[in-house]
Design a protein around this ligand. Structure first.
Ligand code: ATP
Ligand SMILES: O=P(O)(O)O[C@H]1[C@H](O)[C@H](O)[C@H](OP(=O)(O)O)[C@@H](OP(=O)(O)O)[C@@H]1O
Ligand code: MG
Length: 405
């Protein structure tokens, strides 16, 4: 018995042969990905198994020769890069202008925002969504650009609560940009070398969440982190102490036997956005992707964050609510990044974004990342959620979102 619309067997066979012959006539067009990475990054990122997986998906990685003009190389379908310095930035900007059809991962002006520990958190602080059940905040922080002797006075004036985490203001991939200090009093901070960001330390039970975003895919991992600082400790200890990279890949807490209130519930509650596929040609480049962590299952989010065709800006624009969304760039233009988030100890749903990294180590997540590359040639995916909230500039503003997925 044939169901209405089903093809008769002989017809089905004919269709199969036709599609097979087509594929033989038109071998799959390779997606050529030119990459410009430091040798350290290439080693950690482009491992043989990723190259093989890519090749099986019709994706070919080709090293960009940094000693030759980029414009003389290729042709590429995608340029994947994580290099610093004005020369490279100039070369990639020029290349983009002359090769608008090539997808550059990611546009330098989008990456720019993550190279500074103040601007990287601007978007998160600029959004304030009222009446919801969960909060995503940013620790109160201040920038010290020069004169370390002024730090104690500035910290007191700003009313920052101790302990403080002192971080280099600039993120440039050097070991120095990861030199972190924990200060138990503001006077010892004048030993440090500006420019710095001084960020309030938030007790978070020693577990950190790294949320990796690759285009439309997300992965959350848990890492060990700094332990809580008790009031007793704070009253007894003085000085500023350097600490190592406690939450690196080796510090995975994924299998750690964590207090259930920390582990399952949080990860269950960290609700990752959904997105729909639609023609977003109206947005200039045909890629629209943003990142928003919505919290707690029972929220209904309608958040619209649209990417402007121009480069992202951090001027807060009130998103007037679901019915009349206004464009609001939030990490717009970025497709490869991760967000470091912690939950305030003793709370159910108050989270803090403490750091955002561009194209971190193990971000490609195998198939997911490669699927992103494969799609870049014909990307028609968009992320459209309407933000129901308003913008505030209060430093420790709460970003709440309501989501229905
Ligand atoms: N405000 C904060 N409150 C509590 N702990 C913090 C805070 N800021 C940083 N930390 C701790 O310090 C660690 C490093 O912070 P951060 O991620 O900003 O530095 P980083 O050098 O960029 O690290 P990475 O490159 O691994 O992301 C965090 O993983 C966390 O353990
Ligand atoms: O734990 P991961 O692998 O995510 O650590 C990242 C880290 O968060 C930063 O993104 C590093 O990049 P820089 O800030 O440029 O140093 C990554 O180093 P990279 O050499 O892989 O880019 C870490 O992997
Ligand atoms: Mg970081």
């Amino acid at each position: 018995m044939r169901i209405h619309g089903e093809m008769p067997p002989e017809k089905e066979e004919e269709e199969k042969v036709k599609s097979l012959s087509l594929s033989i006539q038109q071998p799959q067009k390779l997606v050529v990905v030119g990459y410009a990475l430091t040798s350290k990054k290439k080693k950690s990122f482009l491992q043989p198994k990723l190259e093989v997986l890519a090749r099986n998906k019709g994706i070919l990685f080709v090293a960009i020769d940094l000693n030759r003009p980029l414009l003389d190389q290729g042709p590429f379908d995608v340029v994947l890069h994580k290099l610093l310095g004005k020369d490279w930035r100039g070369a990639i900007e020029d290349y983009r202008k002359k090769n608008p059809e090539v997808a550059v991962l990611d546009p330098p002006d989008a990456i720019e925002q993550l190279l500074n520990r103040q601007s990287m958190l601007n978007d998160v602080t600029d959004l304030n969504l009222s009446d919801c059940y969960g909060k995503v905040c940013v620790p109160r922080q201040m920038v010290i650009n020069n004169d370390p002797s002024s730090i104690p006075h500035e910290v007191t004036r700003a009313g920052l609560k101790l302990p403080l985490v002192a971080k280099p203001l600039v993120v440039d991939g050097t070991a120095k940009s990861h030199e972190m200090f924990l200060a138990y009093d503001q006077f010892s901070l004048s030993e440090l070398e500006p420019p710095l960001v001084l960020q309030e330390f938030v007790n978070h039970g020693g577990v950190l969440f790294k949320i990796y975003i690759v285009g439309e895919a997300i992965k959350v991992v848990r890492r060990f982190s700094l332990p809580n600082v008790t009031k007793q400790e704070l009253s007894k200890v003085e000085g500023v102490f350097r600490f190592p990279r406690v939450s690196s890949a080796a510090a995975s807490a994924d299998d750690a036997d964590l207090d259930p209130s920390v582990a399952g519930e949080i990860l269950g509650n960290i609700l990752l956005f959904s997105f729909s596929k639609s023609d977003c040609s109206g947005y200039g480049e045909n890629w629209l992707n943003c990142f928003l962590v919505g919290l707690s299952i029972s929220l209904t989010i309608t958040v619209w964050i649209s990417r402007r065709t121009s480069s992202p800006s951090f001027t807060g624009e009130a998103c007037k609510g679901a019915s009349s969304p206004t464009g609001r760039s939030m990490f717009s233009g970025l497709r490869l990044f991760n967000v470091d988030m912690i939950r305030e100890h003793g709370t159910k749903d108050v989270f803090y974004v403490i750091d955002i990294n561009y194209f971190p180590g193990n971000i490609f997540l195998g198939h997911t990342g490669l699927d992103l590359l494969g799609k870049l040639k014909k990307s028609q995916f968009s992320f459209s959620v309407i933000l129901n909230g308003k913008i505030s500039t209060i430093p420790d503003v709460h970003l709440c979102a309501r989501t229905s997925i």
